[in-house]
Design a protein around this ligand. Structure first.
Ligand SMILES: NC(=O)c1ccc[n+]([C@@H]2O[C@H](COP(=O)([O-])OP(=O)(O)OC[C@H]3O[C@@H](n4cnc5c(N)ncnc54)[C@H](OP(=O)(O)O)[C@@H]3O)[C@@H](O)[C@H]2O)c1
Length: 271
């Protein structure tokens, strides 16, 4: 390809109507990611669970600030129908699926075991985390990859500290952890499988990021919990993670794939 032809191709890429599906796209890290993607000109399909008032607010803010198309879709990502409804919406929009970001998830006091004798709780809980993390991700990627253009596809999922061999095992986190570590495996699996098509797949491992679930826990655990446990001595902000995820969903990161990246102020290094 001559340099002139290459310029024309680049122009075409710029003109493409990129669409991103972001699960949990109206939550803390998810909404910060949505803003980063919107700034790159992505049109957005944002999944949320039940907070429709917040979803409407997020949708309006993105439309006003970035002049993009935004659709918000409620429902539990554990359900196949919810994931199908993202793709149904995609069909109705004008553009090409370019990014999938799976951030939907939760951190609640109930998701962490308090029983030091056995951190296993129930298979119902185990299944819940398998559904919300790996099963949802498989559904998204198995359908989404067929719709992505070779050379222009970016897939990102989110794990949690303690779910890979480079980090200390967190015993109380057994139930969500068994779902998150499968996500980490899947991100490498899809990275390898899609490398020939030059579609990337990466996994981010955020540390203590100051989102709503933590703000709610502060009353109980103290406002400094994220600072005390992080070597850098401060909370991470959702915008910091969101900007990094949106960078991963851009041509600037097109040679980065199959990585599981701590984004945690040094948490994975230990104190
Ligand atoms: N914050 C941290 O310190 C931290 C650290 C490590 C990993 N992470 C991971 O980062 C991701 C985002 O965390 P966050 O702190 O941004 O959480 P958040 O502020 O609570 O946002 C979570 C988002 O996910 C949606 N959601 C939750 N359960 C869902 C379900 N079953 N079906 C569909 N959507 C669902 C929520 O929708 P509604 O608003 O409608 O409920 C919300 O939009 C999670 O996977 C979490 O495990 C976070």
């Amino acid at each position: 390809m001559s340099s002139q032809e290459s310029c024309v191709a680049d122009q075409k890429i710029e003109d493409r109507q990129k669409i991103a599906i972001v699960t949990g796209g109206t939550g803390g890290i998810g909404f910060a990611t949505s803003k980063g993607l919107a700034a790159q000109g992505y049109n957005l399909i944002l999944g949320y669970y039940s907070d429709s008032e917040n979803a409407k607010k997020c949708e309006q803010e993105l439309k006003t600030d970035f002049k993009i198309q935004v659709r918000t879709i409620g429902g539990d990502v554990c359900e196949e129908d919810t994931v199908n409804s993202y793709f149904k919406c995609l069909n109705e929009m004008n553009g090409t699926l370019t990014a999938i970001v799976h951030t939907a998830g939760l951190y609640t006091p109930d998701s962490v075991s308090k029983n030091p004798d056995t951190h296993f709780t129930t298979f119902e809980t185990y299944d819940y985390f398998q559904n919300i993390y790996p099963k949802c991700f498989i559904r998204l990627v198995e359908t989404g990859m067929k719709l992505m253009e070779d050379g222009y596809g970016y897939i990102v999922c989110l794990s949690s500290p303690g779910c890979n061999i480079n980090d200390q095992t967190r015993l109380g986190y057994m139930m969500p952890g068994t779902g998150k570590c499968v996500l980490e495996y899947l991100s490498r699996h899809y990275a390898k499988m899609l490398a020939k098509r030059r579609i990337t797949c990466n996994c981010i491992v955020p540390g203590y990021i100051h989102t709503k679930p933590w703000k709610q826990l502060e009353a109980k655990l103290g406002p400094d919990i994220g600072c005390v446990r992080t070597p850098m001595g401060r909370w991470g902000q959702p915008e910091e993670v969101g900007d990094f995820i949106s960078y991963l969903c851009s041509p600037k990161a097109s040679f980065l794939t199959g990585a599981t990246i701590p984004f945690d102020g040094g948490l994975s290094l230990g104190k």
